[in-house]
Ligand binder design. Structure first.
Ligand SMILES: C[S@@+](CC[C@H](N)C(=O)[O-])C[C@H]1O[C@@H](n2cnc3c(N)ncnc32)[C@H](O)[C@@H]1O
Length: 266
C-alpha cells in the first residue's frame, strides 16, 4: 500500500473519504487507491462528477468575491477540503493581503495539507474540527486569534452540509453559528439536491449514496426549502436560494444538481 510522507498516521488508507474523492474529481493528487476506486465508481454512474465538482468550486470563488465586494475581509471556511486551485485565502488575499482565513475540516489529509501550505502565511490557518460541534470550532484558539468576532465574518459552508445527516441535527448547529456571527456577517452555502432530477436518474443517486456510505460522510440530499431553512433569520441576497448555475454565473459551468445561497445577518 502506498504511504506518502505527508499522510497523517490517523488515516485509514483502505477506507475512501469524501474529501479525497473530491480531490480526485478535481484532478488533485492527495488521494489513495481506495478513494480513486470509489470515485471512479461514482463517475461510472454519473460521468459529470468532475465537471460538477469544478462548477461547485466556481460558485465558491464567486461567493468569496461577492463577500469581498461587501467589505468582508475575514472568512471561516467549514468543510474546506484539500487545498486546490483557487483556495479561499488566495482569492481573498489577492484582493486584500491582510484578509484572514481559517480553514476547518474533519479530514486529516485536508488539514495536514492546508497547514503545510499556510506555514508562512501569517493571516491564514487550518484546524481539524467537526462542524457538527460548533463550540469546538468557535472556541478554537486559532479561530479566536485569527478572526475578530466584533467585526463581520464570511462563514462558508460549501458542499459540506449534505454530509451532515438529519439525525445529526444540522439546523441546531446552524443556529449556533448564526448566533455567534457578528451583525453584518454573511453565510454562503452550496448543497446537493435531487429536486429537478429526472425520475429515471433517481436509481443512480441511490447507488451513489451507497458508495458514500462506505466513507465517514454519507450523503443527504435536501430540497430547496430545506436548504433555505439554514438561512433562518438572515437576509438572503438576490437572486435567493437558487440552482448553483443561476447564482451570479459568469461562465458556462457544467450542470450540478445543487442549491446555493448567500445571506447577511441583519
Ligand atoms: C466536497 S468537499 C468541499 C470542499 C470545499 N468546501 C469546496 O466546496 O470546494 C467536503 C469537505 O467537507 C468535509 N467535511 C465533511 N463533514 C464534515 C464535518 N462534519 N465537519 C467538517 N468538515 C466536514 C470533508 O472532509 C470534505 O473535505
Amino acid at each position: 500500500m502506498e504511504q506518502a510522507s505527508w499522510v497523517p498516521s490517523s488515516v485509514d488508507l483502505d477506507r475512501p473519504s469524501a474529501a479525497r474523492m473530491y480531490d480526485y474529481f478535481l484532478g488533485g493528487s492527495h488521494n489513495f487507491a481506495a478513494d480513486r476506486e470509489a470515485a471512479k465508481s461514482v463517475e461510472q454512474i454519473f460521468p459529470g462528477m468532475a465537471g460538477a465538482s469544478r462548477a461547485n468550486r466556481s460558485f465558491l470563488r464567486r461567493a468569496v468575491r461577492y463577500l469581498l465586494d461587501q467589505g468582508i475581509d475575514q472568512f471561516l471556511d467549514l468543510g474546506s477540503g484539500i487545498p486546490t486551485v483557487g483556495n479561499v485565502h488566495e482569492i481573498a488575499q489577492q484582493a486584500d493581503e491582510n484578509a484572514k482565513v481559517v480553514y476547518v475540516d474533519v479530514e486529516p489529509v485536508a488539514v495536514a495539507h492546508s497547514t503545510a501550505m499556510l506555514a508562512t502565511n501569517p493571516h491564514a490557518g487550518a484546524i481539524q474540527a467537526d462542524l457538527r460541534d460548533p463550540d469546538s470550532v468557535l472556541n478554537n484558539d486559532t479561530v479566536r486569534d485569527m478572526l475578530d468576532f466584533t467585526r463581520p465574518i464570511g462563514l462558508l459552508m460549501v458542499a459540506v452540509l449534505h454530509f451532515v445527516p438529519d439525525s445529526d441535527n444540522p439546523e441546531k448547529a446552524l443556529a449556533r453559528y448564526r448566533e455567534a456571527l457578528p451583525k453584518g456577517s454573511y453565510l454562503a452555502i452550496s448543497h446537493g439536491s435531487l429536486e429537478g432530477i429526472n425520475p429515471d436518474g433517481l436509481e443512480d443517486t441511490e447507488q451513489i449514496k451507497a458508495i458514500y456510505r462506505r466513507t465517514d460522510s454519507p450523503l443527504t440530499f435536501r430540497t430547496r426549502d430545506e436548504v433555505a431553512k439554514f438561512f433562518t433569520d438572515l437576509d438572503v441576497v438576490p437572486p435567493g436560494v437558487v440552482p448553483l448555475s443561476e447564482w451570479h454565473a459568469d461562465s458556462a459551468d457544467a450542470y450540478i444538481s445543487a442549491y446555493v445561497g448567500v445571506a447577511r445577518k441583519p
